[in-house]
Design a binder for this molecule. Structure first.
Ligand SMILES: O=C(O)C(=O)C[C@]1(C(=O)O)C=C[C@@H](O)C=C1
Length: 367
C-alpha cells in the first residue's frame, strides 16, 4: 500500500515537481487562449446583433467538432477531446445568449442526456412532461429549441414525435444518436432481495429477454419514464428500477446489474427542433414528409426520383395522415442538404409524380 510520507527518492520527486510546473504553465496558456477565443465569439455576437442573425449555428459547431476529431493525435481519445470542445463552445455561446432548451423530461431522462451531449452544459434546461409540450414551448418562443426522441433501433418510431412534426412549422435543426444502456438499480443488497420492479414500457421492450430470465417472478409496475422508475425505487428498498446511468446517478441508486438491454447496439435517435433554417455543414441529412395519393404505384413514384438523382435514403416510416381515413404520409430521411442540387432534383421529381413534399429540415449528421 502506498502512503504519503517523507520523500524517498529525491530524483523522482524533482521530476514530478518540474512536470507540475510545466502543467501549471500550460494551464495558464490554455486559460488565456480560451478567453481569447471567447472574446472573438463576443465580437461575432455583436455583429449578429447588428445584422439580426441566429446566435446558435449548428452547422458551424458540427464543422468545428469534426475538425477537432480529425486533427486529434492523442493521447486523448477523440470523443473526450470533442466533449471538451463541446463544453468550450457551449460556454462561448452562453456568453452570446444562454439558450433555453425544452426537452421530454423529467430530469435524468435519456432525452436530458441527449440535450447535454448536443448543447453541452451551459444552457438552461427546461424539462416538460410531454412531447407535444416540447413543441408548444418552442412554437410559443418560451424555449429556444426543443429535443424529443424520434426512433429507437429496437422499438422503432416514436409516433408522438412524428405526429408533432407533421403539424408544426418548426424546423428540424439537429439530431443526436445516443447509445441507450439500461441498468438494474436498487437499494436492495442483492438481486434476490428485490420484490418489485419499476420500468417504462419502452425500456421493458428493450430488455425483454434479460427481464424474463432474471426478473420473471416479480411484480412489474409500468411508469411514465425511466427517471420516474428510479425515483420510485429510491423510496422502497425492496424495489428496483431499470433505467439509465444518469437516473442512477441523479437518485443515488446503486447499480446491481449493468447493460441489461437485449441489443448491445441499442440506440435512440433524437431531433432538435427550432424556428431556424440551418445552412449546409458539408455532412448533412434532410428530413421530409411526403403525402402521396392513395393509388397503385404511388410509393414507387415517391422513391424513384431519389434513385434517379443518386440520393441515399436512410429512413422511411409511414404514418396515417390525420386528414382522411386510410391515407398515409411518409417520413423520409436522406443524405445531403436541401440546398444540394441532387436533393433538389429528387424533391422536384417527387412533386412531379403527384405527391406533396414538406421539408422538415436539413441539419448536420449526428456524430
Ligand atoms: O461562429 C459563431 O457564429 C459563433 O457564435 C461562435 C461559436 C463558437 O463558440 O465557435 C458559438 C456558437 C455557435 O453556435 C457557433 C460557434
Amino acid at each position: 500500500m502506498s502512503q504519503e510520507g517523507p520523500p524517498e527518492n529525491g530524483g523522482t520527486d524533482a521530476r514530478q515537481e518540474s512536470l507540475r510546473q510545466e502543467i501549471d504553465r500550460i494551464d495558464g496558456e490554455v486559460q488565456r487562449l480560451v478567453n481569447q477565443r471567447a472574446a472573438h465569439v463576443l465580437e461575432i455576437a455583436r455583429i449578429k446583433e447588428a445584422n439580426g442573425g441566429a446566435f446558435y449555428r449548428p452547422e458551424r459547431e458540427a464543422q468545428i467538432l469534426a475538425r477537432v476529431a480529425e486533427r486529434n493525435e492523442g493521447p486523448f481519445p477523440d470523443q473526450d477531446m470533442v466533449r471538451i470542445f463541446r463544453e468550450i463552445m457551449s460556454s462561448c455561446l452562453a456568453l452570446e445568449r444562454r439558450l433555453r432548451i425544452a426537452f421530454l423530461g423529467p430530469e435524468a431522462s435519456f432525452t436530458h442526456a441527449a440535450v447535454q451531449v448536443h448543447f453541452g452544459h451551459a444552457v438552461e434546461e427546461h424539462p416538460v412532461r410531454t412531447i407535444a409540450e416540447v413543441f408548444r414551448e418552442v412554437e410559443a418562443g418560451t424555449a429556444d429549441y426543443g429535443v424529443v426522441p424520434v426512433e429507437n433501433s429496437t422499438e422503432g418510431a416514436v409516433n408522438a414525435s412524428l405526429d408533432q412534426l407533421m403539424g408544426t412549422n418548426l424546423q428540424v435543426c439537429g439530431e443526436v444518436a445516443l447509445r441507450i444502456e439500461h441498468h438494474l438499480m436498487s437499494h436492495a443488497p442483492d438481486m434476490q432481495s428485490i420484490r418489485r420492479l419499476y420500468l417504462h414500457p419502452q425500456t421493458q421492450a428493450q430488455c425483454r429477454e434479460w427481464l424474463q430470465d432474471h426478473m420473471g417472478g416479480l411484480e412489474w409496475v409500468e411508469v411514465t419514464s425511466n427517471a420516474e422508475a428510479a425515483r420510485r425505487a429510491t423510496a422502497e428498498p425492496d424495489s428496483a428500477a431499470v433505467a439509465g446511468a444518469s437516473a442512477a446517478e441523479f437518485y443515488g441508486l446503486p447499480v446491481l446489474a449493468a447493460g441489461v438491454e437485449d441489443d448491445p447496439e441499442n440506440t435512440t435517435r433524437f431531433v432538435v427542433v427550432g424556428a431556424q433554417w440551418v445552412g449546409p455543414s458539408g455532412n448533412d441529412k434532410t428530413s421530409i414528409l411526403v403525402s402521396a395519393p392513395n393509388r397503385p404505384g404511388s410509393l414507387f413514384h415517391v422513391l424513384q426520383p431519389f434513385s434517379l438523382a443518386g440520393v441515399n435514403l436512410t429512413k422511411i416510416v409511414s404514418r396515417p395522415a390525420r386528414s382522411s381515413l386510410w391515407d398515409y404520409v411518409f417520413f423520409l430521411d436522406l443524405d445531403g442538404h436541401q440546398e444540394d442540387a441532387a436533393v433538389q432534383e429528387a424533391l422536384e421529381g417527387v412533386e412531379a409524380g403527384g405527391a406533396a413534399v414538406k421539408v422538415l429540415g436539413s441539419y448536420p449528421r449526428a456524430r
